[in-house]
Write a protein that binds this ligand. Structure first.
Ligand SMILES: [Zn+2]
Length: 152
């Protein structure tokens, strides 16, 4: 057994998992890193770290840089003010969100709570992919059927 190879293999597996977590914005650290731009400094109530703690990742653009989305309920909020509290805004606009209902930062979640959130996020992601697949399947077949009927 080549010890180096084994370490590399483990590293690759862990790397893949983290990459999946990153795509889902599952980890607070990844949400922090998603902010490429943000109009508020670290000392404001809705700083990047407080936004990420409350479940938000950046979905802004260069022109509208104050847009953020929840990684669990997908609620998107913009027009933030520097004294807005991300947890309060989250609860106000998406009281049904599983994450905001727990109301605690990632570091305070129990493993069970974290796994429930993980399950929810993965389920939502799968549902979204299935929906997109179904839509493209329908439109592809509609196009084929149109072509077929026009050729008749
Ligand atoms: Zn949410």
């Amino acid at each position: 057994m080549d010890a180096t190879a084994a370490t590399d293999a483990t590293g690759a597996v862990v790397g893949d998992k983290l990459e999946m977590f990153r795509q889902l914005n599952l980890l607070e650290q990844h949400r922090v890193e998603s902010f490429k731009d943000w109009p508020f400094p670290e000392q404001s109530s809705c700083s990047i770290s407080k936004m990420a703690e409350a479940g938000f990742y950046w979905t802004g653009t260069k022109r509208e840089n104050d847009t953020a989305t929840c990684f669990v309920c997908s609620k998107t909020l913009d027009g933030w003010e520097s004294d807005d509290d991300p947890w309060k805004e989250h609860l106000k606009h998406a009281p049904q969100c599983e994450f905001v209902k727990l109301g605690c930062a990632e570091k305070d979640l129990t493993v069970t709570q974290f796994l429930e959130i993980l399950g929810r996020v993965v389920k939502t992601s799968i549902e979204k992919n299935c929906k997109a697949f179904k839509q493209s399947f329908i439109s592809d077949n509609e196009n084929s059927l149109d072509k077929f009927t026009h050729n008749k």
